[in-house]
Design a protein around this ligand. Sequence first.
Ligand SMILES: NC(=O)c1ccc[n+]([C@@H]2O[C@H](COP(=O)([O-])OP(=O)(O)OC[C@H]3O[C@@H](n4cnc5c(N)ncnc54)[C@H](OP(=O)(O)O)[C@@H]3O)[C@@H](O)[C@H]2O)c1
Length: 231
Amino acid sequence: MTTDSAAPQRDARVLPDVSHLSIGVLGGTGEQGRGLARRLGMAGLKVVIGSRDAARAQAIADEIGFGIQGATNEDCASSTDVVIVAVPWDGHSTLLESLKTHLVGKIVIDCVNPLGFDKQGAYGLSVAEGSAAEQAAAILTESRVVGAFHHISAVLLLDEAVDTIETDVLVVGDDRDATDVVQAIASSISGIRGVFAGRLRNCGQIETFTANLISINRRYKAHSGIRVTDI
Ligand SMILES: NC(=O)c1ccc[n+]([C@@H]2O[C@H](COP(=O)([O-])OP(=O)(O)OC[C@H]3O[C@@H](n4cnc5c(N)ncnc54)[C@H](OP(=O)(O)O)[C@@H]3O)[C@@H](O)[C@H]2O)c1
C-alpha cells in the first residue's frame, strides 16, 4: 500500500508503505489516544494501547476492537515500531524520561498541546524548550521525534457515525524520512492528508494554535480542523 495519491500534488516524494508498521499509543486509554488507535486500527495497522495499568489498556482495546491490544506503557513502547505520545502535558516529561531506553531508535510522534484554561478560554502555556515536541526531543536524544495530530478532534476520531475525517494533519520534524513515515501514517486514516509543515522548532505555534481551534469550536459549535490550500 503506498499513499502517493494522498501526497501533496507538488511534492515529488512518494510516501512510504507503512502497512507493516505497528503503532503504540502511550496514554492510549484517553480520548485522543483511543480515537487515534481506533482510526489506525480501522486503516489496518497493528496498534497497541499503552497505559499505566495494563488491565485498563486491555479493556479499552477490547472495547475498540480492530485487533487492538493493550499493555503497560513500557511494553507498548518496547514492542511497537512507531510510538504516539498522547498523555496530558502535566505527565509528559516524567513519562518520556521513564521510557527513554524503550524508545531508542524509534520514531516518536508527539501530539501533546500544552494549554491552560481560564474564564476566557484556552491559551498556550510557555514551554522552556519551545514546545512539547521539542521537550520530547530534548529527553529522547536517541529517538526521532515528530510532531503531528495536534489539531484533530478526539470527538470526531471516536464518532462511529463519521466514516471519513476531511482534514489535514501538519507534520513537523527534523528527519525527513521520519516525517515521511508520519505523513503516510496520518494519510492512512480515511479523509486525512499528512502535510509536511517544517522543522521541529516550529512546533510551538502548531501546539498553541489548538487554543484558537477550541475558541472556534465554542463559537460555532463545531469540531474544527485545518486544510492547507494550494498544495
Ligand atoms: N482530546 C483531544 O481532542 C486532543 C486533540 C489533539 C491533541 N490532544 C492531546 O493529546 C493528549 C491526550 O489528550 P486526552 O484528552 O486523551 O487526555 P486524557 O484523557 O486526560 O489523558 C490520556 C491518558 O493519559 C494517561 N495519563 C493521565 N495523566 C498521566 C500522567 N500524569 N502520566 C502518565 N500518563 C497519564 C491516562 O491513562 P492511564 O491512566 O490509563 O495511564 C489517560 O487516560 C493531550 O496532551 C492533548 O493535548 C488531545
